[in-house]
Design a protein around this ligand. Sequence first.
Ligand code: MCU
Length: 390
Amino acid sequence: MKYSLIPLLATTVLAAPLLEERQSTCSVPSTFPNPNASKLPDPFVFFNGKKVASVADWTCRQAEISAAMQTQELGTFPPKPSSVTATGSATSLSITASEGGKSISFSVSIKKPSSGSAPYPAIIAYGGASIPVPAGVATITFNNDQIAAQQGGSSRGQGKFYDLYGSGHSAGALTAWAWGVDRIMDGLELVNTGVDPKRVGVTGCSRNGKGAFVAGALVNRIALTIPQESGSGGAACWRVSDSEKSAGKNIQTASQIVGENVWFSKNFNAFSTKVPTVATDHHELAGLVAPRGLIVIENDIDWLGPVSTTVCMKAGRQIYKALNVPDNMGVSVSSNHGHCSFPSSQSTELNAFINKFLLNQTGANTANVEKSGYNPDMSKYVDWTAPILA
Ligand code: MCU
């Protein structure tokens, strides 16, 4: 039975039961195409060639995009383990996850908001927040490195995720961390910490920004995703970054990233020098977050690929436009500041998204946030147009 479309659009949080129902009504392939496409793949065409013609189609398309990304670049995102328990207080939360006779535990700290009373919203911050978290929002500090190490190529398969699922599990660190965020959400639902699980955001900067983006894409209970300066592997598109590299920029590409660290699945190694054959690109990572809140904070450092993040996230925002929620996503590429040192010039858009999605301020203005000093020729990378789905 198909679910009604109205609740999907009426709420910013796609609840887990809806997701399960959605997956049972979508036929998701298990093998994925290897196109030879130097432009960004059309988000609105299923891999079997059928056009996406409705919001219900889009939710099925999301399921196949997610499956393709997991197969080709991210590794498998495991479902909820057979047992998850949690204990906690207003200042900490400890989670134990068990599967197949093994079990792991980890804890996160909670910094209560300096104003407002429970239930309050929170932002899960990978390794601590490097954005200014407003007074009414709690900060949950997530030590993502203990779930999956990111100490270069030799750290593959290390961390609590792999203690549970085995060191040979296909998930790269980004996916393993997203699994950790999913368990934090379980914990917040099990224990009354004061945090409202329906108003939780996720952030991280740089490598942890890639992680925050992937968490928002894979964990449907996240209300607001705030990747900061994630660059290649996050808000940048593999294809655009390769094109920028060919044009002489000092930019991170897929072929570099797979050697630097273990953020992606080892399955991605085979694609890293054949980017046009990847079935998806990262404009569709934004599409996995839709229709939930997404504010992409970027910097114009060459290595991050400011043209690539501009093109990629403008293309991703077409998906939000198709769903008739263009204001639920914004992209802001700032200039002239240190990596991960949040500049005040991006405060307006950051606060607007936090006000809207976490503090429930209906008047918050998140309209038309496409801020970038770059004005790339989109037609070089995009040869599709967004349908009107809603
Ligand atoms: C932007 O994130 C990464 C980048 O992908 C790496 O190539 C570089 O080594 O480190 C960046 C980072 O995490 O900086 C803190």
